[in-house]
Design a binder for this molecule. Structure first.
Ligand SMILES: [Zn+2]
Length: 199
């Protein structure tokens, strides 16, 4: 009960957009799960779940914090047929939205999938990204438990996108040149807005 109460008392954070320096920094590992980390996870979860544009993941740099924490909510993209769920979906879907601390991909499949992506920090911009079809995720949960599981489907794609954020990488770094060219006016506009805010 306490957790639910905490979650809904917290406020929404501003999602920073293209041009904000936090999006291009490599984020620092979290040394210990303390009240600050729990509070950040609560606020990020609230922000993801109450954003005007529906998102399936949020990384701390997107709220201007360069720490290795992500929140994911990909259960809606899992196969309806439960026999097709990956081990990661079986473990994590019931916990979603779930915060992952110091998430890392310990291995990635050779098999890839190319699909459309967007990002809450780049509203209105989309493009095709090639990602591994399956990944093995290692991460800590807020209760201190470590999980190491194979993930597929939308969960695998989202984890790669969000963990890229922790390394200062955006999905636009991975889209075809002609799609990036198309996105440039929108990206420039966001940069201008962020520069104005920084003054
Ligand atoms: Zn993103």
């Amino acid at each position: 009960m306490r957790n639910i109460f905490r979650r809904f008392k917290t406020k929404k954070m501003r999602i920073v957009q293209n041009g904000h320096p936090a999006l291009r920094r490599v984020s620092a590992p979290i040394a210990a799960i303390d009240d600050d980390v729990r509070d950040l996870a609560d606020k990020m979860t609230y922000t993801l779940m109450h954003n005007e544009i529906e998102g399936v993941g949020l990384a701390a740099p997107q709220v201007g914090v360069n720490k290795r924490i992500i929140v994911i909510y990909t259960c809606g993209g899992s196969p309806k047929d439960k026999s097709k769920l990956s081990p990661g979906e079986i473990v994590l879907n019931p916990l979603m939205p779930v915060a992952l601390i110091n998430p890392e991909l310990v291995s990635m499949s050779q098999e890839t999938i190319c699909s459309g992506e967007g990002c809450l920090s780049l509203p209105g911009v989309g493009g095709d990204v090639v990602r591994a079809a399956r990944v093995i995720l290692k991460a800590m949960l807020l209760d201190g438990q470590t999980v190491q599981v194979e993930c597929a489907n939308l969960l695998a794609k989202c984890l790669q996108h969000e963990i890229d954020h922790l390394d200062g990488i955006l999905f636009i770094d991975k889209i075809p040149a002609e799609q990036l060219e198309e996105a440039k006016p929108a990206l420039k506009l966001m940069e201008k807005e962020e520069a104005k805010r920084a003054k």
